[in-house]
Ligand binder design. Sequence first.
Ligand code: MSP
Length: 546
Amino acid sequence: MTTPADNTFYVTTPIYYVNDKPHLGHVYTTMVADVVARYHRLRGDDTFFLTGVDEHAAKVSDKAAEYDLSPQEWADQNAAAFRGTFEKLEMTNNDFVRTSSQRHKDKVTEYVSALLKSGDVYEGEYVGWYDAGQEEYVPENKAKDNDYKSEVNGKPLVKKTEKNYFFKLEKYRDDLLAFYAERDLAGKGYVQPEARKNEVVNRIKEANDIPISRTGSGGWGIPVPGDEEQTIYVWIDALFNYLTYVDDDERRHYWASGATHFIAKDILWFHAAIWPALQMALSKCDGYAWVWGEGVQQNQLVYSHSYWVSESGEKMSKSLGNFLDPAAIDNYVEEFGLDALRYFLATRGPLGTTDSAFSPDLFVEVYNSDLANTFGNSCSRVSNMIGKYFDAKTPSRQDAKVQGVTFNAETQIQSILPGSNSAFNACNLAGPANNALILVREVDSYIEKTEPFKLAKDPEKIDDVGAVLGNCIEALRIASVLLWPFIPDKCEAFWSRIGCGHYAEQLKDNGTGDLEAWVKWGQLKPGTPIEKGEALFPRYQVEKKP
Ligand code: MSP
């Protein structure tokens, strides 16, 4: 996730199937992308964040039929549920993809027409084992396991040949491998985390052409240009969303910067092989060279995270009935606040190569330790003392050494920013959040050592008290800037209490900030009114766990 020189940043999530309502897994990936998008806006980058829904799947039309609705009606309902959930969770996506939108359908039609013309999409024959009772093809291995009989009614499967359109994936094997190798050489692997790359590379070596159309979709889908009987396979339709929504004069520069695609490991193959191959193929068509430009080749990447699993280790999914649905998510937000959910998901989620169990106990523990007892408590403590001893105004002296104790935060800050930047670039979210908390803990330990509440009893030491509290509030201001991508609402509340409301103003409506300037030491002017306000994160009593 490297920001190109022009400070343009494009981040995407998978587009989710609308056969059902959203659950925690969908919310998670969109939340991760949101934290990253906010971080880039905070840095001042021209950022575009895209999420949305994937509508033309057979399971969407099947589900619609169960409810006696048209596929479009069913898709409309669930698309609204996804959009509503993301809005409620204050996601800052710049647009919301619907693959049934005219814009998307028109663009996909154009791309596939171009590919038909260049010959990388061609008409061929699909030969497979067909289960007539189920009206579906059965993969060779499954057919063999069942002795070439229907799994459902036991009747022999028939070998059926059908007209189909194919994409020449095999032709792109070498180009894909060369692309992977170049990126590795440049130290910016296309697939991350690194550990996921090998399985993909091995599969690319053996990749064959893939069918990209189907018949019998009952008109639900985008027709293959020039052949109304066939619709474009839902995965091809879906992958193109990353391009269709930025393929216009205003947005094309986002594409050129090379997207960061957040996904989970279930859909890595499509993103790691088919997607770049499609881009390579399209770029060879008239007028589409920009699709595989330098910025794309150098910076586009696929970050494939692991799963949220239940405490017993099963993948959280609707079909297993163990997922956190919108109502359960609402409960967490009601009990702990939206920022607490954001913080927990972003810092304790399965971003790396291991799955994370969603544990309510851990949630409460993290909430209390990181948010209530650390950031929230430190903000209250320091603001309260400033209220009590300095008439609620930032004290004027900020000597680093008070009562023989040196305040380390100032030096720490110099290393925090580069550290956070490189962590974000590596799609590591726990690191930057923890860095900010280290700063807060530094404030706490400085207070423990200097004991301003004791010093304040001696009127001669009031300047020392001022120095301590001045340092503390300044360090907390900086910590709050670093924490904003994770807990934006609470940081904004804190800013309004310490005279920094202009940060929020600037960041409002997806505006950009100035991270580097804002984390410079010594910006809170003496005499700035400091409001106490309510606890940002009230401590949670464990016995009332949700
Ligand atoms: N429609 C396709 C994606 C097309 S993208 C061009 C699809 N949709 S999906 O609704 O099944 O969503 C899959 C994605 O949801 C995962 O890749 C991941 O981002 C997210 N998650 C779904 N369940 C999840 C967990 N249990 N844990 C973490 N993420 C999960 O596939």
